[in-house]
Design a protein around this ligand. Structure first.
Ligand SMILES: Nc1ncnc2c1ncn2[C@@H]1O[C@H](COP(=O)(O)OP(=O)(O)OP(=O)(O)O)[C@@H](O)[C@H]1O
Ligand SMILES: [Mg+2]
Length: 298
C-alpha cells in the first residue's frame, strides 16, 4: 500500500488503549492513525494490517488503510505535551485507517444476519482476535454495513515470539480453541459451518502471502529484529492455523451452540479465561513514552 504523508494532527480520537489520533494527510484524506510509538508498539500495527488484508480477502468490510509517514517536524508544533511526545516517538511510518465520517460504534447486535455473523466469528477464530467482545465490539456501522476495526489484539502469539523457538510456539498456538462466549455476535446464531465451507474455496497461500507482504518492513524490523524472518514466521503461523482447522473448527461450532456466558440472573458475564487482560497486555506500559527530561517520574 502506498504511504501518505501526514500534514496535521487534528485531535485525539478518544482515550483508547492505543491513543489513536485523527490526522490529515497529503492525499487530502483524513485518517485514524495508530501510532508506532504508543504503548502497544509496532506488533499491534502488524496485526492490524495482516487482519485487515485477510478480512478483506474474505469479503468482510474493513476501512481502507495506508501507511502514514509522520514527519519529525510535526511534533514541535503540537501544543499538547502528551501528543507531542507521541508524535516524536512515532516519526516514520504509522498505520492510517480511513476515517469513516458519521460511523456508529455498534453494541452487541442480535440483528446481524447469521451468515455474516458466522463469517466474522470464523475470521476472529482464525486470527485469535480477543477484542470483539459484547463490551467492546469494535465494529462500526457505516452506510448500513458492518465495518470491522481494531485488530491490534489479534495474532497474540507474536508477543511471546522468540525466533529460535518458533516451531514450538506455532505448535502450541495453531490449534488453540477460540473463546467465543464473550463475542459480540455469539447471540446472532452465527453460521460458522457455512463460513467454514466458504473458507474452503479461498486461495489461502495467496491471501496469506498478500497479507504478510502488505506489512511495512520497518514495523517488522522494530518488532522482531529481522523483517524477513518475521514475515516468514507470520506466514508459517497462519498456514499452521489453517492446517489445524480440523481441530479448532469443531470446537468453535460447539462453543457457538453453547452461546453466551451468562450468570444465574441471565446477565452476560465475562468468561473466566478472559476476565483480565492477557499477560502480554498487563505487562505493557500504556501511553506515550516519557520524555527523557522527566527524570524519575513514573
Ligand atoms: N476508521 C474509523 N472511522 C471512524 N471512527 C473510527 C475509526 N476507527 C476507529 N474509530 C473510532 O475510534 C474508536 C477507537 O478506535 P479503536 O478501537 O481502533 O482504537 P483503540 O485504541 O484500540 O480503542 P480501544 O482499546 O478502546 O478498543 C472506535 O471505537 C471508533 O469509535
Ligand atoms: Mg477498539
Amino acid at each position: 500500500m502506498h504511504p501518505v504523508r501526514a500534514t496535521r494532527y487534528v485531535t485525539p480520537l478518544r482515550e483508547g488503549g492505543s491513543l489513536p489520533g485523527l490526522m490529515e494527510a497529503d492525499d487530502l484524506g483524513t485518517y485514524v492513525v495508530k501510532f508506532r510509538g504508543a504503548g502497544q508498539g509496532p506488533r499491534a500495527l502488524v496485526a492490524e494490517v495482516i487482519c485487515a488484508v485477510l478480512a478483506d480477502g474474505l469479503g468482510l468490510a474493513v476501512p481502507r488503510w495506508a501507511p502514514v509517514e509522520v514527519p519529525a517536524e510535526l511534533a514541535p508544533g503540537e501544543p499538547d505535551e502528551e501528543v507531542q511526545a507521541l508524535l516524536r516517538a512515532s516519526a516514520g511510518l504509522n498505520l492510517g485507517i480511513d476515517f469513516l465520517p458519521g460511523a456508529l460504534d455498534v453494541g452487541p447486535m442480535p440483528a446481524v444476519d447469521a451468515g455474516l455473523a458466522g463469517r466474522i466469528v470464523w475470521f476472529d477464530a482464525l486470527v485469535g482476535n480477543r477484542d470483539r467482545s459484547w463490551r467492546n465490539p469494535n465494529m462500526l456501522l457505516w452506510h448500513r454495513q458492518l465495518h470491522l476495526i481494531d485488530h491490534g489484539a489479534a495474532l497474540t502469539f507474536h508477543h511471546a515470539w522468540r525466533p529460535e523457538g518458533l516451531e514450538d510456539q506455532v505448535a502450541r498456538s495453531a490449534a488453540a480453541p477460540y473463546a467465543v462466549a464473550d463475542h459480540a455476535l455469539v447471540e446472532c446464531a452465527p453460521d460458522v459451518v457455512a463460513a467454514a465451507s466458504e473458507a474452503d474455496r479461498v486461495d489461502w497461500e495467496g491471501l496469506v502471502d498478500t497479507a504478510v507482504q502488505a506489512v511495512p518492513h520497518e514495523w517488522l524490523d522494530d518488532a522482531l529484529g529481522d523483517g524477513d524472518a518475521a514475515r516468514a514466521g507470520y506466514r508459517r503461523f497462519l498456514l499452521a492455523r489453517l492446517a489445524a482447522r480440523a481441530v479448532w473448527e469443531p470446537a468453535l461450532v460447539e462453543a457457538v451452540a453453547q452461546g453466551a456466558a451468562r450468570d444465574a440472573q441471565g446477565h452476560r458475564v465475562p468468561q473466566r479465561s478472559s476476565s483480565g487482560p492477557p499477560d502480554w497486555l498487563a505487562e505493557l506500559r500504556i501511553g506515550p513514552r516519557p520524555r527523557s527530561d522527566e527524570g524519575g517520574r513514573p
